[in-house]
Design a protein. Structure first.
Length: 138
């Protein structure tokens, strides 16, 4: 997803018109249109203003992370957690409970398990950030 699409989605989520968002970010409505249609890129100060207004990270707006609350480092952390969990499940003893009558799990089931583990890792990271981030940094 491109920056423009993320801006459009966030604007629509807040039920704002392009003109209303333009007033918030101090640009013209035509500029918002250009951003949303990927005809122009927002400046770094505009990206910062949009991130603050929509309460997302600049990494999310720039397409570096699929989770609005995550930085690129948070994404790497989640991937490391998932990789470690998958590696921990890959030995013979750990996978025993995943077998049905001695049959190996198929590729589709393995992908579903990986997706579920990733979702759990993301949610736990978000909860940890909410719980342990001091108020002055929120």
């Amino acid at each position: 997803m491109m920056t423009g699409q993320r801006i459009r989605d966030l604007r629509k989520e807040k039920r704002l018109s392009q003109t209303e968002l333009a007033d918030v970010v101090h640009v013209s409505q035509q500029t918002i249109t250009a951003w949303e249609n990927d005809k122009a890129e927002p400046s770094s100060s505009a990206i910062a203003a949009l991130a603050d207004y929509f309460d997302v990270t600049t990494d999310y707006l720039l397409g570096r992370t699929p989770t609005p609350e995550f930085t690129a480092k948070n994404e790497r952390d989640v991937q490391n957690i998932v990789d470690n969990l998958i590696n921990g499940l890959s030995n013979e003893n750990s996978l025993a409970y995943l077998r049905n009558g001695g049959e190996e799990i198929d590729e589709e089931d393995a992908e579903l398990i990986k997706a579920a583990l990733e979702k759990v890792a993301r949610r736990s990271k978000i909860l940890a950030k909410e719980k342990f981030t001091p108020n002055k940094y929120k």
